[in-house]
Structures are given as C-alpha cells and as structure tokens.
Design a protein around this ligand. Structure first.
Ligand code: SAM
Length: 303
C-alpha cells in the first residue's frame, strides 16, 4: 500500500516526514519522490540492521535524510535529539519486515531452522528462548491465548513445559515441532503462525509500545499533519481503531483531581479513513504477506 500511504500522508511537500518503522526504507524512498528537495526525511528502527539498510536505500535522494536507531515509544526524546518539534507526516508500519522473517538467524520464522531469538533489537532483552524456557505453564497459556488468539493455548503450553524438562527449547524448528505435535495436520501451519506471533509480540512488547507511541506521535504533528498506521493483525488494529475513534470524537483529558473539566475535551484528530483500507488483489498477488495489512490515516486538528 505504498502509493496509498504516500498519497494520504503528504499534506505539505516541504515538510518533515518520519517513518517510525523505517525497515528497508521503502516508504521513505517513495515519499522522497513526492516531496520537494527542501523537505526532510527521518527514519527510526529498533533493528540496527534495518537502519543500515534504510540508510543505503535513501543514499541517493535529494532531501536531507536522518535514520536513527531506537524504539518508537521513545519518540518524544528522539525527536528532541533530532531537533524537530513538528512533523507534517508520521508513519507507523507495524510488525516485521521481509528481511527479518527471511533471515533464519533472527529466529522469527517457523519455516526455517534457526536460534529462537525474535528480538527486533538483538543488543539486549529477553529472547524467545529465554521466555519459552522460563515462563510458567499458566503464563505461556495466557500469552499464546492473548497474543496469538489460539484456542489450543493450554495444550500447547503444557507440551512446551513438558518438552523443556527433557531438553531446553533453543531452536525455531524444535518449537515448531512441539506445536505441530499438538494439533491435527490441517491446522498445523495456522497454529504455528499464531504461536510464533504470540511469542514475538511478547518478546518485543509490541502492543505496549504501540499504545505508548500514539499520543507522542499526535503531539508532534503540525496542524493538518497526518498520522498513517499500517497494522497486520486484529490486536494491533483494535488499538489503533480505538485510539483514533477516541481522539476524533473528543473526550476529557483533565487529571482526576480536577472536579470540573477545563480541557474542553476537544478532538485532536480528524479521520481520513472511516474504515481501514486494505491492499488490492493485484498487490496481494504480488506480495502475499500484504494480505492482512490494514491502513488507517488521521489528520491533526487543533481547536
Ligand atoms: C513492516 S517493517 C517496516 C517496513 C518499512 N516501512 C519499509 O518501507 O521498508 C516493520 C519495521 O518496524 C521495526 N520495528 C518494530 N517494532 C519497533 C519499535 N518498537 N520501534 C522501532 N522500530 C520497530 C522492525 O524492526 C521492522 O524493521
């Protein structure tokens, strides 16, 4: 949905634009072709390998470009460090990139064997193996059910705990085999996908970070500036949809201690997409991984 994103995101061809999930730099590159040479392009990614890839991809464009490493929920601090206090457009293209899923060494894929890692930023934090080998059966059940929306969560969690007593679970293949052993063949691929998704979300605290970044992004938008979010599963999309709805209808944000509303509860966003946009059939045929993408775009308004 690159064309759609660029069309809806650009309100000021001279402005500053930020992709909070720079990945391979594809969206930034497409934006560059629609913007004036005076515009500025910024990118952020938690994965240092993605930062290097995006820098390379953007090396020939005419605008000033800065790509930085960091988690998007630190947006307020990072924007201050970049010296930018207003963006004309901010993009969040959530989830995982093809470069990450196609590299077995990153441990995201159940279709290729590799270390059970799944961290976007491999410089620290718990790996998927740490999590799978230390969480209790109840915690694993809850994680697989909540983040994978998997009905057989309890059975799968029990199998993980049983199997790790014989030998620690350290590879994607071993985890995929354990999951497969708990469901009949026709359901195996979908179940493995749901369990891997659940673990990846937990390892990277993906939903918590999305909740944290949304108000920071809105606060940094110029009046008329736009926020575009692409999500890839219903858990993320629900967070975006509810946040956009709340901010576009207006509600009181006064601290609880104040007995009377003083903020006026005015809306901060105007929705440009009433319903989420989905990729065309042609795009899904060309890139089957795009099939679950949903795009929502809103514009910053001020009373
Ligand atoms: C779907 S890809 C983005 C693709 C990119 N928009 C492009 O055009 O090539 C998602 C990217 O978000 C990054 N990411 C995920 N969570 C992040 C976070 N909390 N902070 C910063 N980057 C994050 C991933 O490392 C990955 O590179």
């Amino acid at each position: 949905m690159v064309d759609e994103v660029v069309r809806l995101l650009v309100s000021d061809p001279e402005g500053a634009y930020l992709d909070l999930t720079a990945g391979g730099g594809g969206h930034l590159f497409a934006l560059a072709s629609r913007l004036s040479p005076n515009a500025r392009l910024y990118g952020l990614d938690r994965d240092p390998q993605a930062v290097a890839r995006a820098e390379k991809r953007l090396s020939g464009v005419s605008q000033k470009v800065r790509i930085v490493h960091g988690p998007f929920d630190a947006l307020q601090r990072i924007a201050a460090e970049l010296g930018v206090n207003e963006f004309a457009g901010i993009l969040l293209d959530l989830g995982i990139s093809s470069d990450q899923i196609d590299d077995p060494a990153r441990g995201f894929s159940f279709q290729a064997d590799g270390p059970l890692d799944m961290r976007f930023d491999q410089s620290g934090g718990m790996t998927a193996a740490d999590l799978v080998n230390t969480k209790t059966e109840a915690e694993l059940t809850d994680m697989i059910r909540s983040f994978g929306e998997e009905r057989d969560a309890r059975r799968i969690a029990r199998a993980i705990v049983r199997e790790r007593q014989t030998e620690m679970i350290l590879t994607t293949q071993r985890l995929a085999d354990i999951v497969s052993s708990q469901v009949p063949p026709p359901h195996r691929t979908k179940t493995r996908a749901r369990v891997f998704q659940a673990i990846r979300i937990a390892v990277n605290n993906e939903l918590g970070r999305v909740e944290e970044v949304l108000p920071q992004a809105v606060a940094l938008l110029a009046t008329g500036g736009r926020l575009a979010v692409i999500s890839y599963h219903s858990l993320e999309d629900r967070i975006i949809k509810q946040y956009f709805r709340k901010q576009s209808t207006g509600y009181c944000t006064c601290p609880r201690e104040i007995p009377v509303c003083v903020c006026g509860g005015k809306p901060s966003l105007n929705l440009l997409t009433r319903k989420s946009l989905t990729p065309s059939e042609a795009e899904i045929n060309a890139n089957p991984r795009a099939r679950s993408a949903r795009l929502r775009v809103a514009e910053r308004v001020r009373p």
